[in-house]
Design a protein around this ligand. Structure first.
Ligand code: SAH
Length: 348
């Protein structure tokens, strides 16, 4: 979950990868949301462009780490240890209590497992090792370790999150099962084929290279292992459509700046990437309707006395971030933002 801080101005010139370039090996298109300037380059020959891309990826990584270092405490105080959307019944008009939202966040984990086919004891028993890619403060890892009796390793870019996640594991007597470290999802410090469950809950949207991201998820999955990606996507493009409409892109660009996101992709894009690795049982779904109550609830908590005081204490960047939250609601309502789940299994 992207909490409430805005990007420093230095990041507004960060090159963002567009959807149109997705999947192309020879060509990358960089685009700055602030300037709307586009530049096409060929990686095989363009050393300068490659260096610029490396620098911008580094800037993004640093920005994400700082963002979560600064905001995770505030989020935990108000929302607890799960930094992801809740899963609700569609059209539910019930104004939920805090515990209702907490239950919805747990339900998100359960529905994701169910969707991926982890539905009975037989399947659960197969899950002995889990990697939580983009673990936040480790809510999913601790939940999955307790549920399956599995060993979980979580990775995050934020040292503050990794420490807090380890402290919470110790407080819950789970340190023998669960551990957290700072590592990059695009270059994971694990051997091939290690994990029976590769779990990425709302971290994919931060990844500047979706192909590399998926390749790493597939690499660390054990034969027969499952991969679950739950992530913010843009809508699928229609046949013949090359890019989103400018007004749609405009909404996403504003969200990118605040929440440290590179260019978005669609669930179709993820499916194509998974297909390119010959994975089995590839499935995806649009859960946008099931998460609809979430952002209005986050905004309501920000508008409580406690929320406002915390927000004001965090300063202008937090306030700007909070002001971006209605854009998420608008993006969902207008159909440009989709909450996607994509799952598959690595062949035996
Ligand atoms: N999955 C968690 C947290 C989601 S917030 C939960 O559901 O509670 C997004 C997380 O992705 C943050 O922990 C952030 O550090 C992590 N992240 C973003 N880019 C990453 C990268 N390249 N490598 C590792 N973690 C990353």
């Amino acid at each position: 979950m992207k909490a409430t801080l805005a990007a420093p101005s230095s990041l507004t010139s960060l090159p963002f990868r567009t959807n149109a370039s997705f999947g192309s090996k020879s060509s990358l298109i960089f685009r700055s949301p602030s300037s709307s300037v586009s530049m096409t380059t060929t990686t095989a020959r363009g050393n300068v462009a490659v260096a610029a891309a490396a620098t911008s990826t580094e800037a993004l990584r640093k920005g994400i780490a700082e963002f979560y270092n600064e905001t995770s405490g505030l989020w935990e105080d108000i929302w607890g240890d799960h930094m992801h959307h809740g899963f609700y019944d569609p059209d539910s008009s019930v104004q939920l209590s805090d515990s209702g939202h907490r239950e919805a966040q747990i339900r998100m984990i359960e529905e994701s497992l169910r969707f991926a086919g982890v539905t009975d004891e037989e399947e659960e028993k197969k899950i002995k090792k889990v990697v939580d890619v983009g673990c936040g403060i480790g809510g999913s890892s601790r939940y999955l370790a307790s549920k399956f009796g599995a060993e979980c390793i979580g990775i995050t870019l934020s040292p503050v999150q990794a420490k807090r996640a380890n402290d919470l594991a110790a407080a819950q007597s789970l340190s023998h099962k669960v551990s957290f470290q700072v590592a990059d999802a695009l270059d994971q410090p694990f051997e091939d084929g290690k994990f029976d469950l590769v779990w990425s809950m709302e971290s994919g949207e931060h990844m500047p290279d979706k192909a590399k991201f998926v390749k790493e998820l597939v690499r660390v999955a054990a034969p027969g292992g499952r991969i679950i990606i739950v992530t913010w996507c843009h809508r699928n493009l229609s046949t013949g459509e090359k890019a989103l409409q400018p007004w749609e892109q405009n909404i996403l660009d504003k969200i990118c700046k605040t929440f440290y996101l590179p260019a978005w992709c669609s669930t179709d894009d993820y499916v194509k990437l998974l297909q390119s690795h010959s994975l089995q049982d590839i499935k995806c779904a649009d859960w946008s309707e099931n998460v609809a109550p979430f952002w209005p609830a986050v905004i309501r908590t920000a508008l409580t006395w406690n929320g406002l005081v915390s927000l004001l204490r965090s300063g202008m960047k937090s306030i700007k971030g909070a002001l971006t939250m209605p854009l998420m609601i608008e993006g969902y309502k207008k159909g440009v933002i989709k909450f996607g789940i994509i799952t598959c299994q690595k062949p035996l």
